[in-house]
Design a protein around this ligand. Structure first.
Ligand code: NAD
Ligand code: IPM
Ligand code: MN
Length: 347
């Protein structure tokens, strides 16, 4: 059970520390943690946000626990040197194409949602976000037009095999849940989305037991706050999935609660909170580590088949929340380490 731990920037090290404490407390046989540098921290030390030695550590491990990258001091660097390239590079280099971002209301937490409690109570959805394609990885640049104006451009595209493999992940996930798959696109405007929709419909023939629906992304954003309980599994592209998952987090209560898995075709995966490095609160003990702790649970389940310890972590987090343990993001005053302590005490 060799796990690469890439803490990164800002609150990344703070929240990762708590998740590592939880992993160690489980006394898992064969557990081995190997740290590596990513993001702005890696750029300062090695001149690159994803140095070769970090990639090597990743490849030698069965899974990656990732904190966050992002450092405003690096925002004027050439794009390939920016901290975010660490996470984008790992996703692409390691074929981590399927991003699972579950959002479920915790018992007794309805009052912390940005939605009315009776609306928020019904949230139990899974966003499946394609992670290796879309406008993220197309050609891009800033060029000067013949008339002297500067123009920024980013190429959006999806090849049919890329859509097909994420569609299969979506249908299979729906089979294991309530049997509803909603594919979110912008097919009324984008050709990329038209192909996406056509391919998802083709794949649906193999899953007669799953009810497929389609929704435009603007409507999906509205429906997520109007009636989030209608969603079971959402499958969508890289950009739309990024935006909708941050939105879903506030429906549950905080971005500090949502975990994620980025999976390859094998059991290998990268696990991280959906939030970023939160420079506005970094170094102050204000970050909620629960999203990272829950990501560690997903890691044990998906990459190592360790269901029992994964469920133990999730139950401990749910119990801590039910007992009133709240970070500042949830209107409380528990520090990052106090939240870690509270989860450990309930394991
Ligand atoms: P962010 O998610 O870092 O922060 C958004 C807001 O949520 C901030 O007010 C922050 O304080 C709060 N927040 C986030 N996580 C929290 C937690 N665990 N507990 C309490 N509050 C929390 O998004 P941003 O401010 O747009 O981006 C900051 C940097 O992070 C940027 O450089 C961005 O590129 C990067 N980023 C990285 C990742 C990643 O590593 N996967 C994800 C998102 C953003
Ligand atoms: C996320 C982040 C990343 C993304 C950034 C930091 C590249 O927002 O993991 O959600 O856009 O995928
Ligand atoms: Mn994001």
């Amino acid at each position: 059970m060799r796990i690469a731990v890439f803490a990164g920037d800002g609150i990344g090290p703070e929240v990762t520390r708590e998740a590592v404490r939880v992993l160690k407390a489980l006394n898992l046989p064969g557990l081995e943690l190997v740290e590596g540098d990513v993001g702005g921290a890696a750029w300062r030390k090695h001149g690159h946000p994803l140095p070769p030695q970090t990639l090597e550590i990743a490849r030698s491990a069965g899974a990656i626990l990732f904190g966050a990258v992002g450092d405003f001091e690096c925002d004027r660097l050439e794009r390939h040197l920016r901290p975010e390239q660490a996470i984008l590079g790992l996703r692409k280099e390691l074929g981590l194409f399927a991003n699972l971002r579950p959002a479920k209301m915790f018992a007794g937490m309805e009052d912390t949602s940005a939605l009315r409690p009776e609306v928020a109570g019904a949230i139990d959805l899974l966003i499946i976000r394609e992670l290796n394609g879309d406008v993220y990885f197309g050609e891009k640049g800033i060029r000067t037009l013949p008339d002297g104006r500067r123009q920024g451009w980013d190429m959006m595209s999806y090849a049919e095999d890329e859509v097909r493999r994420i569609a299969h992940v979506g249908f299979k996930a729906a089979q294991g849940r309530r049997g509803l798959l909603c594919s979110v696109d912008k097919a009324n405007v984008l050709e990329t989305s038209q192909l996406w929709r056509d391919v998802v419909i083709e794949v649906s023939a193999e899953y007669p037991d799953v009810t497929l629906s389609h929704m435009y992304v603007d409507n999906a954003a509205m429906q997520l706050v109007r009636n989030p309980g209608q969603f079971d599994v959402i499958v969508t592209g890289n950009l739309f999935g990024d935006i909708l998952s941050d939105q879903a987090s506030m429906c549950v209560g905080s971005i500090g609660l949502l975990a994620s898995a980025a999976l390859a075709e094998t059991s290998f995966g990268l696990y991280e909170p959906i939030h970023g490095s939160a420079p506005d609160i970094a170094g102050k003990g204000l970050a909620n580590p629960m999203a990272t702790i829950l990501s560690a649970a997903m890691l044990l389940r998906h990459s190592f088949g360790a269901e029992a310890p994964a469920a133990r972590i999730e139950a401990a987090v749910a119990k801590a929340l039910a007992d009133g343990i709240r970070g500042g993001d949830l209107g409380g005053s528990h520090s990052t380490s106090a939240i870690g302590d509270a989860v450990l005490a309930r394991l």
